[in-house]
Design a protein around this ligand. Structure first.
Ligand code: NAP
Ligand code: MN
Length: 269
């Protein structure tokens, strides 16, 4: 089996990377940056996002696992104390794989019919540097509302605990193949009206955002923001592709939510 390790780059993460690389090669696994079967991220959820985007072109052939060197992560859910166990588990391959849904974003620009397609593991955020965004929001080909406000966030189920949560979105179990649309400070008065609640869209219910006033947007796909001009439309839907996680121990999603946001102690009395 071929593996690659992506480190956050700090001393602690680099040390863990070196240890894992050494032991796994001793177990006859092959270090291969180009076509790894397993990508190990060492750092935080941010490092995991980076690792995901580095291998986003070959998701079908890649499984991911994350070791956290900071606080507990949603993607990076192995601790440095468990390193030995993880190394042995990896060396014992084949491993179990769990798949989570992704968000597909297609940005179409006015000039030259340019089209950019992205996959997001957490979310897409659409904002502007000048004033409010104004979009006609179509859902499944029908006009739903005209949105005015700071912006919109469209998240995946596994990204629902990230930016989406800060916007008051719901936490969604990743076994559900959906995307969630949350508002960032919408303007609501007698003239402008939006739904005001997060919307959860199933597969094939495409959401299309069509700019009404400004056409320049800051579009963030996970941790990476790009400035787009002359935007004609931004299409969001559940992607056909999925992300594959290598699972070596059970760590249910709701336990991760509890341990990250409620309490790490077992608070039953
Ligand atoms: P960052 O500023 O380090 O990320 C902000 C925090 O979000 C970090 O604590 C990060 O964990 C955590 N995070 C990332 N993905 C998560 C997930 N799926 N569930 C729960 N927490 C998650 O920036 P970054 O590390 O490059 O990560 C980019 C992501 O951060 C974006 O996709 C966005 O969702 C999120 N973010 C959230 C807020 C907010 O909640 N107000 C603001 C900005 C960005 P680590 O420390 O382990 O990296
Ligand atoms: Mn981070």
């Amino acid at each position: 089996m071929k593996f690659k390790i992506v480190s956050k780059g700090d001393e602690r993460s680099n040390k863990i990377k070196a240890t894992m690389k050494q032991y796994l090669t001793e177990f006859d696994l092959v270090y291969d940056k180009e076509t790894p079967d397993l990508v190990i991220s060492v750092g935080g959820d941010g490092t995991f996002l980076e690792a995901f985007h580095r291998y986003v072109h070959r998701l079908e052939h890649t499984a991911f696992v994350g070791v956290h060197t900071g606080h507990l992560g949603f993607y990076a859910d192995w601790t440095p104390d468990e390193l030995e166990k993880l190394i042995i588990e990896i060396a014992k391959t084949p491993f179990q794989v769990v798949e989570y849904p992704l968000l597909e974003v297609t940005i179409r620009a006015e000039s030259g019919g340019k089209e950019d397609r992205f996959l997001a593991l957490n979310e897409a955020m659409i904002k502007t540097a000048d004033g409010s965004v104004v979009f006609d929001v179509d859902i499944k080909g029908e006009h739903f509302e005209t949105f005015r406000g700071d912006g919109l966030c469209v998240s995946t189920p596994s990204g629902s605990t990230a930016y989406n949560k800060a916007l008051g979105g719901g936490i969604i179990h990743p076994s559900l193949e959906v995307i969630q649309l949350t508002e960032m400070a919408s303007i609501n008065n007698r003239v402008f009206r939006t739904i005001g609640s997060p919307l959860i869209l199933p597969k094939h219910h495409t959401c299309l955002l069509k700019p009404v006033v400004n056409r320049s947007f800051l579009i963030a796909i996970d941790h990476f923001t790009t400035n787009y001009t002359n935007v004609k439309s931004i299409q969001c839907r559940v992607a056909e592709e999925r992300v594959r996680f290598a699972r070596f121990k059970p760590f249910p999603f709701w336990n991760r939510v509890r341990d990250s946001f409620v309490s790490e102690d077992d608070n039953r009395v």
